[in-house]
Write a protein that binds this ligand. Structure first.
Ligand code: PMP
Length: 440
């Protein structure tokens, strides 16, 4: 028996021993096409020679220097790389080791910003139901997924949750996308008024909802309205791009497609593409300046901040993506994937919706298509699809998001940016076979 304490104590997992491009290989030599990049992580696949060489080189020169004594070259270069390409106004980067840490840093930066400005009462957060922001206590409190939160309550942060932008289920018949977005903006405004605008610190959202709903983008104009409302009340906008960022939707930052700039942006997963653990919070100039001109010290820190090897890996990943023109490839592969999914599952009785952007695509499984009825949550269908797919040699990311208390079954596809067309076909064929096994 393995002595690894695993999250799922009732299931055994195969032992991964190798990777080759978009494939993972287990100890028995079985190959799995990684159609979800683990959890939207491995955007360059599993054996990129340039990234491996950059990691080797950095470990050989300097693996680690504590951030309270030094910066390092890869840390400085990665910060420059990101700020040069980030939406205007984001002027510095706080490095951490993953997505939850990036969200925690964003929450504490927001809080400290208002303390430095003499508005300590601004500590209330507004986030959205059906969102995931991580598993540390602050990030867990921010996420709206009831079943993840329940057993750990009371959580430490004051958060209220408003509706996500989820057109497939919540846009009313006959309602235009604009009217639907406006309805959500009105709900947000009402929540701010209920709390008192002077008490609200930040609104937190994923530009494209990942881990709870499976690649759900907002309707056009929604985020611009959110930005206006935040500005009107002096509330910070925090966009969590941990899953949807770093090129996954076809632009480096997903919010570029919404035409808004946030005050704080969290990134992780695709940043280091799994070659090293790394995350970051991009910070707007006004927040940096308020802290620099105030106490001059951000009350937060972790031992591995700006880890030299992790920064070198991320820099190599991002330079490789740019040098090979892979963001354009994400757009064309994403269209190819959507077309194939629609051709194969467009009339499927249990596929209610196929959606997403770039190489970030989701399928929503329903018991009854016209009524959009979710499957009985006790069936844990999403988990069964994941297991069937593993048998077929395919990795897809399953999720049972809460739909106002009911569970819904979603399958997220977030494959590496290096696929070829035959591998797109392989994803759809194996997913089809997996659904057939589970649903018949
Ligand atoms: N935010 C979002 C949007 C995420 O999808 C995730 C991870 N699924 C996190 C935060 C947390 O990241 P990590 O698991 O690296 O802590």
């Amino acid at each position: 028996m393995s002595h690894v304490f695993h999250r799922h104590l009732k299931h055994a997992y195969p032992t991964a021993v190798g990777g080759e491009g978009p494939y993972l290989i287990d100890a028995q030599g079985k190959r799995y096409l990684d159609a979800c990049g683990g959890a939207a992580v491995s955007c360059l696949g599993h054996s990129d020679a340039e990234v491996i060489e950059a990691v080797r080189d950095q470990v050989g020169r300097l693996a680690y220097a504590h951030s309270s004594f030094f910066t390092t070259e890869p840390m400085e270069e990665l910060a420059d790389f990101l700020v040069e390409r980030a939406p205007a106004g984001l002027s510095s980067v706080y490095f951490v080791s993953g997505g939850s840490e990036a969200v925690e840093a964003a929450l504490k930066l927001a809080r400290q910003y208002f303390i430095e400005r003499g508005e300590p009462q601004r500590k209330h957060l507004i986030a959205r139901r059906q969102s995931y922001h991580g598993n540390t206590l602050g990030a867990l409190a921010t996420g709206g997924n009831a079943w993840r939160r329940q057993q750990f309550e009371p959580l430490l942060v004051e958060v209220s949750h408003v509706s996500p932008c989820y057109a497939y289920r919540d846009q009313a018949p006959g309602e235009t996308p604009e009217a639907y977005g406006e309805r959500l903006a009105t709900e947000l405004e009402a929540e701010i008024q209920r709390l008192g605008p002077e008490n609200v610190m930040a609104f937190v959202a994923e530009p494209v909802v990942g881990a709870t709903l499976g690649a759900v983008p907002a309707v056009p104009g929604y985020f611009r309205r959110v930005r206006e409302i935040c500005d009107r009340h002096g509330i910070l906008l925090v966009l969590d791009e941990v899953m949807c960022g770093m090129g996954r939707t076809g632009t480096l930052f997903a919010a570029e497609q919404e035409g808004v700039t946030a005050d704080l942006v969290t990134i992780a997963k695709g940043l280091g593409a799994g070659y090293q653990p790394i995350g970051a919070t991009l910070v707007s100039e006004r927040i940096r300046a308020a802290i620099a001109e105030g106490s001059g010290f951000f009350q937060h820190g972790h031992t591995y901040i700006g880890h030299a090897t992790a920064c070198a890996a991320a820099l190599a990943v991002q330079r490789t993506i740019e040098a090979r023109g892979l963001l354009e490839r994400v757009v064309s592969l994403g269209e190819g994937l959507q077309q194939r999914l629609e051709a194969r599952f467009g009339d499927h009785p249990h596929v209610g919706d196929i959606r997403g952007r770039g190489l970030f695509r989701g399928l929503e499984l329903v018991a009854e298509r016209d009524a959009k009825t979710p499957f009985d949550p006790e069936r844990k269908l999403h988990a069964a699809v994941k297991r069937a797919a593993m048998d077929e040699g395919l990795m897809c990311y399953p999720m049972g998001g809460t739909l106002d208390g009911r569970r819904g079954d979603h399958i997220l596809l977030a494959p590496p940016f290096i696929l070829d067309d035959a591998q797109l076909d392989e994803i759809v064929d194996k997913l089809d076979a997996s659904l057939t096994r589970v649903l018949t």
